[in-house]
Design a protein around this ligand. Structure first.
Ligand code: CDP
Ligand code: CDP
Length: 229
């Protein structure tokens, strides 16, 4: 069957990566979590006290950053490696979440990440999730999804996830972080979070994960049909 490119963009914690992973597994496609790349760059900047408001310092630091996704045999998923170190758990922490949207708004950082994302998606058969995948990274993708969910539901979902790992986290802290990130992501100058004109909206506030997967698999079938003639 013809392989296509699937992009999933949308707000924080609406279930983009959950859906993208399930789709990739079901279709035998490659899954790329573009947010992990921005998180890893942010981690590097924090660890090396790089001033991300200084374009020269950013360019210099980016020359020392090597990002790679490596398959994890135990979890069956891809882990983010920063300069040969598995940074998967570290990049999910609040310390990174608090700064990632500022770093991701920097033009040089975006150019660095987008170039690598486009290389990874040269062959079709890829699902990539993020904020600008349908608008900037793969504007010619055959299926574009723009995900959203009720803000209170998104906060609850992310809180549950983080609370399992850190009992000190508060609902308020998670809410503030999601609101701030969505605001910065939607209002930045370079590649703001936007629905591509040809993207389909998926509001999963009231959908279970199997329900949303079934719905999207139908869209995939339709997109393959539409592009095979
Ligand atoms: O999973 P979650 O919604 O928490 O976010 P993520 O996908 O891990 O992305 C973290 C941050 O990276 C976002 O809040 C954006 O600031 C940035 N990002 C971006 O600017 N462009 C992308 N394609 C992906 C992520
Ligand atoms: O990638 P993104 O930040 O958009 O979200 P995610 O990490 O895939 O999902 C955030 C949380 O929402 C996860 O714990 C999912 O299990 C949960 N989720 C859900 O409860 N119901 C859905 N329909 C989709 C995701």
């Amino acid at each position: 069957m013809k392989k296509i490119t699937i992009t999933i963009d949308g707000y924080s914690s609406c279930g983009k990566s959950t859906l993208a992973k399930q789709l990739a597994k079901k279709l035998g496609y490659l899954y790329i979590d573009s947010g992990a790349m921005y998180r890893a760059i942010t981690l590097y900047f924090i660890q090396h006290t790089v001033n991300w408001n200084d374009a020269e310092a950013v360019k210099e630091a980016l020359r020392s950053i090597h990002l790679e996704f490596i398959h994890n045999q135990i979890t069956g998923q891809s882990d983010m490696y920063l300069n040969d170190e598995n940074v998967e758990p570290l990049i999910r922490e609040m310390l990174v979440a608090e700064k990632v949207s500022e770093v991701a708004a920097v033009r040089e950082v975006r150019e660095f990440a987008v170039a690598q994302q486009q290389k990874m998606g040269k062959e079709r058969g890829i699902v990539m999730d993020g904020r600008d995948i349908g608008t900037v990274v793969f504007p010619h993708a055959e299926l574009k999804i723009f995900m959203t969910a009720d803000p209170a539901i998104r906060v609850e979902r992310r809180f549950k996830e983080l609370y399992e790992k850190n009992r000190n986290i508060t609902l308020h802290e998670v809410k503030e972080n999601l609101e701030l990130r969505d605001y910065i992501d939607s209002n930045r100058e370079v590649s703001p979070l936007r629905k591509a004109d040809d993207a389909i909206i998926l509001d999963n506030s009231q959908l279970t994960m199997p329900e949303q997967l079934d719905l999207v698999l139908q869209w995939v079938e339709d997109a393959i049909m539409a592009h095979s003639s």
